[in-house]
Structures are given as structure tokens and as C-alpha cells.
Design a protein around this ligand. Structure first.
Ligand code: SF4
Length: 89
């Protein structure tokens, strides 16, 4: 099956997120973006994937500590949009 996305589309999205105040946490297969200003502190991320999200660690997001599909699913539960998932090309 071919990928319907336009080449570079995800990179453009990442650049837009950074321009909007998100910070990028790089991974091998995907990047996670986080905006502290938007976070509502629901805790879904730290409860759902503590191996990736740990507020007591720096960096607090280790993107490669979970498979990209699990990461994407978890980020879909973030109620505020403070977390964004962007697959790498
Ligand atoms: S799930 Fe989203 S809103 Fe909740 S603590 Fe994590 S980043 Fe913040």
C-alpha cells in the first residue's frame, strides 16, 4: 500500500508545532511534541506510558521507550492537545 501523505508533510507539521510553542522530543520512528502552555495536567500520559513520560526525569519524554503505535494511541488520549504525534519520514 502506498503512503497517501505528501512527502515532507509531517516535517511541515512539526515545524508549525514548533512555531506554535511546542518542543520536539525526537525519536527513531516518530517525534513527540509538547506544549507546556496547553497541558491541563490530567496525567493521562504519565499513567498510560510511564516508561515514556516521567515528570521527574530530564528529558521528561523519551520517545523511543515505546513502539510508535502505542505512543500514537496514548497521545490520542491527551485531552488538551498538548501532546502531538508526528511520524518521521
Ligand atoms: S495527557 Fe496531555 S494534558 Fe494530560 S498531563 Fe499529559 S500532556 Fe498534559
Amino acid at each position: 500500500m502506498t503512503d497517501p501523505r505528501t512527502p515532507g508533510q509531517d516535517n511541515d507539521r512539526g515545524a508549525r508545532l514548533v512555531a506554535s510553542g511546542y518542543r520536539r522530543y525526537r525519536g527513531e520512528d516518530a517525534d513527540v511534541y509538547f506544549s507546556r502552555d496547553i497541558c491541563q495536567h490530567s496525567g493521562n500520559c504519565v499513567r498510560g506510558l510511564p516508561e515514556v513520560f516521567d515528570r521527574n526525569r530530564r528529558p521528561w519524554i523519551l520517545t523511543d521507550n515505546a513502539p510508535a503505535d502505542r505512543l500514537e494511541a496514548l497521545i490520542g488520549t491527551c485531552p488538551s492537545g498538548a501532546l502531538q504525534f508526528v511520524a518521521r519520514d
